[in-house]
Design a protein around this ligand. Structure first.
Ligand code: NAG
Ligand code: NAG
Ligand code: NAG
Ligand code: NAG
Length: 420
């Protein structure tokens, strides 16, 4: 079987689809007679469906937020949808029955979507009660969505544990995948874990604010597993992992810096801030959230909490890089151009920011280059289904529903997508 060389990229066709009236568009490269090899890295499709034509297969990929590639089988009309396949592209196999299509980075744009204003509690207590059983939470903080396994990884801070919560079954019961051995800084314990994430091999990471350390656990860890120290960072908070490079970004809250473990090892290097506490464009003030967008904008975003702003730094930034204020920066407040204690930020494929505006108990959306934001959910403090109490972190599930860690309500809320 021939392996595909890079030269094939010179002969690909580019096709553009516009779907409906909502201006969604995406460009895909079309490779006739090629399929993913999937020998070294197993590549299970996100979904396999039967579509009458190749164009419908392409549209199905477009409609699936995590779809980055699709393979259409001419003889069976089987359409396989895949998430990120960039590791496979230089190692494809010939198959005359199959046409493979790959989303061209940066061409996928989503329209401005809306979400239900009332949420369903998908985990924890709807009434906001804390607890330590496997169906309750006590001050949850960081959350990571493991899309291939449709599960959440949640840091349950006051229970000193990290949980996995399957979204396949409802109601779900959680499993402890790290900690739950009392307070402490041994490699199977936590004191105040904030950040969680998985690398591309499924290793789990926890960043503990009070233990000043980031710990790695193997992919099959449980409460009895002792992790290994990735590195020491003063007061680490949220983390973000580039799934293509395994670079691990960690907020160093007390040093007002963002650190990177290059390729997931070695000594951490400063990639933003680290120039003392302040509001200059090379400074941060009590940062809590970090998001490295490796898929679309290739930039680093920081929830610069005590400066009430979100900063953006280019890829390859260092401590001497000056960032850009991309949201807030107009003092603490609840105006549309303000934030009050932003905890974390997520960026979608169109470069739109979703900000957990903690003290305002709301999720704000800032479109690219906007001078003000819009409240997409929340806005008042309480336990009602339209309320939040210290939202901490957010992920989108594969349906593009918004899942919010509602920290002081000890629950995870799902706000369903209503229109796009
Ligand atoms: C927004 O801030 C103003 C001024 O501080 C305050 O009067 C108002 O109640 C706040 N609105 C909400 C929804 O908290
Ligand atoms: C935002 O502004 C930058 C710089 O002016 C510009 O290059 C970019 O195209 C703008 N993006 C959008 C989505 O308007
Ligand atoms: C919000 O931003 C838009 C576009 O940047 C601008 O037209 C509008 O006047 C702003 N609204 C407020 C209240 O600042
Ligand atoms: C919300 O979305 C989930 C997943 O897409 C679905 O199972 C559920 O029925 C939806 N809930 C409502 C109220 O529409």
């Amino acid at each position: 079987m021939a392996s595909k060389g890079i030269c094939l990229w010179l002969v690909f066709m580019i096709i553009t689809q516009s779907v409906g009236e909502d201006m969604r568009s995406v460009q895909m490269s079309l490779m006739r007679g090629w399929k993913f090899h999937c020998a070294t890295i197993p590549c299970l499709p996100l979904a396999s469906i039967i579509t009458s034509t190749i164009i419908k297969c392409q549209m199905a990929c477009l409609a699936q937020i995590y779809c980055r590639a699709a393979s259409f089988h001419q003889s069976t009309s089987n359409c396989e949808l895949f998430s990120d396949m960039s590791n496979e592209i230089t190692n494809m196999q010939t198959d005359t029955d199959i046409t493979t299509m790959i989303v061209i980075a940066g061409t996928r744009s989503l329209p401005v979507c809306t979400w239900s204003q009332t949420a369903t509690t998908i985990f924890g207590s709807q009434a906001g009660t804390s607890g330590s059983s496997l169906s309750l939470l006590n001050s949850p903080t960081g959350m990571y969505y493991d899309q291939p396994n449709n599960r959440l990884i949640v840091s349950d801070l006051e229970n000193q544990r990290i949980l996995q919560i399957s979204l396949n079954s409802s109601p779900s019961v959680a499993t402890v995948i790290a900690g739950s051995n009392g307070q402490g800084c041994n490699m199977n314990q936590f004191t105040a874990n904030i950040g969680v994430g998985l690398d591309s091999s499924g290793n789990l990471y926890g960043a503990d604010l009070h233990c000043n350390q980031v710990v790695r656990f193997p992919s099959n860890s449980n409460s009895a597993t002792s992790g290994t120290l990735l590195g020491s960072i003063a007061a680490p908070a949220l983390i973000s992992i580039n799934q293509l490079t395994n670079d691990i970004y960690v907020v160093g809250n007390s040093n007002n810096a963002i650190y990177k473990f290059v390729g997931g090892s070695g000594s951490p290097v400063v990639v933003a801030g680290g120039n003392g506490n302040g509001n200059a464009l090379n400074q941060l003030n009590g940062p809590n959230g970090v998001y490295y967008d490796y898929l679309y904008t290739n930039a680093l975003y920081v929830a610069d909490l005590s400066n009430n702003r979100v900063m953006k730094f280019p890829s390859g930034s260092t401590s001497s890089t000056y960032g850009t204020v991309v949201a807030g920066g107009n003092g603490a407040g609840n105006g549309t151009n303000q934030l009050n204690g932003p905890r974390s930020v997520v960026v979608d494929s169109g470069g739109t920011l979703y900000i957990l505006d903690r003290n305002n108990n709301r999720v704000q959306r800032w479109l690219p280059n906007a001078t003000n934001g819009t409240t997409i959910v929340g806005g008042t403090q309480g336990t009602g289904s339209n309320q939040l109490y210290w939202p901490e972190s957010l992920v989108f599930d594969s349906y593009y529903n918004l899942l919010v860690v509602d920290r002081y309500n000890n629950r995870i809320q799902r706000f369903n997508l209503t229109s796009c």
